[in-house]
Design a binder for this molecule. Structure first.
Ligand SMILES: *Cc1c(COP(=O)(O)O)cnc(C)c1O
Length: 381
């Protein structure tokens, strides 16, 4: 089955009982037993299993070419579940410019309870090898990264991880299963903040995990049920609905994104444009090998905090907001918003300057978006 078809027909989203084409929202916490322990279809209590959530979990498992999917109340709950596979004393090697909230939970929560992390540039193989110790149990990467869109070679990283018996986790939020399938490249677990492209409409906060390893699936399922950060039925329904248009949203977004990248490349105020299509030859080759697209995230440098602030204020179709991956175009200044929790010195080391602006391209008419950018830049010049 090809990808667009799978987004409509994948998983088990048609209701077994009624034939309802859209999965019913099973707004129930518990299930009637036909005698003690005599469950219908294995449903006992909705933290453990809920039919609407099961529909979503089977769909995302198919889309990521895995066997088991798991839905959580946020991307961070999914990240935390992955870390809970480890024990106190274990160590994780983490990509240096992972999502700000991921950096925060690793350094401020899991570090405190005994799971230590080392942050390294995962585009640098030697750096990754050097960071691995006898205690290392997991390699956690995000590609392309946020907000500078650097690309890590997933297959190469999974190979290094296998040599050391590490679990490889890939945050695939930016690429989505439409453009990239990390399990096919050797990753053990794929993670999504489904709040972004998968939901796609800025109306749900959710996280997803997928694996094709039976043992990992059992352990993740155990933690999901024990810790309990599960996604509710209404939100599960909204994600199944969002996924149906994921492919066409990604295609439209990417077309417009390439037009905007071209416009920014010819803009005098902009000093640097970051998008996977703009990478050097070696990185570009990796991206083209492991993904079928470049995605809809662009960052660019306008030179100063003042110009960045003035630009975001003057635009009318780019909503100033955190988050990304929605039908509406969003704009942010990472140093003051998504990455504000990272100390300034560290931010500058990572290349997240005060004049860096990030946009998440929506599916509006590209002519309108380009016109808006033109008037915005005219206003700050
Ligand atoms: C947003 C985001 C997260 C966290 O997800 P939430 O749904 O906000 O908890 C993790 N990784 C990436 C890449 C993200 O963009």
């Amino acid at each position: 089955m090809k990808k667009k078809t799978m987004m409509i027909h994948g998983g088990h989203t048609t209701d077994e009982f009624t034939g309802a084409v859209a999965p019913p929202i099973y707004q129930t916490s518990t299930y009637k037993q036909d005698g003690i322990g005599n469950l219908r279809q294995g449903y006992e209590y909705s933290r453990s299993k809920n039919p609407t959530r099961s529909a979503l979990e089977s769909l995302i498992a198919d889309l990521e070419h895995g066997t088991d999917g798991f839905a959580f109340g946020s991307g961070m709950a999914a990240v935390s579940t992955v870390v809970m596979l480890l024990n106190a004393g274990d160590h994780i090697v983490v990509g240096s410019d992972v999502y700000g909230g991921t950096y925060r939970v690793f350094t401020k929560v899991f570090d405190r309870i005994g799971v230590k992390s080392t942050f390294v540039d995962t585009t640098d193989e030697a750096a990754v090898r050097n960071a691995i110790t006898a205690q290392t149990k997991m390699l956690y990467i995000e590609t392309p990264t946020n907000p500078l869109l650097n690309v890590t070679d997933i297959a190469r990283m999974a190979e290094i991880a296998r040599e050391h018996q590490l679990i490889t986790v890939v945050d695939n939020t930016f690429m989505t299963p439409y453009f990239q399938n990390p399990l096919d490249l050797g990753a053990d677990i794929v993670l999504h903040s489904a709040t972004k492209y998968i939901g796609g409409h800025s109306d749900v906060v959710a996280g997803l995990l997928v694996t094709k390893d039976a043992e990992l699936a059992e352990r993740i399922g155990f933690i999901q049920n024990s810790v309990g950060g599960v996604l509710g039925p209404q939100d599960s329904f909204l994600l199944v609905r969002g996924i149906k248009t994921l492919a066409i949203r990604m295609e439209q977004t990417e077309r417009t994104t390439l037009e905007i990248v071209d416009y920014l490349n010819h803009n005098d105020v902009v000093t640097n444009v970051f998008h996977p299509s703009q990478l050097n030859d070696a990185q570009l080759a990796i991206q083209q090998r492991q993904a079928s697209g470049f995605g809809g995230m662009i960052s660019f440098d306008v030179g100063s905090k003042e110009k960045a602030e003035a630009l975001v204020k003057s635009l009318k179709y780019f909503t100033l907001a955190e988050s990304l991956g929605a039908v509406e175009s969003l704009i942010s200044v990472p140093s003051q918003m998504t990455h504000a929790s990272i100390p300034r010195e560290r931010r500058l080391e990572l290349g997240i300057t005060d004049g860096l602006v990030r946009i998440s391209v929506g599916i509006e008419d590209s002519e309108d978006l380009l016109e808006d950018l033109k008037q915005g830049f005219a206003a700050i010049q």
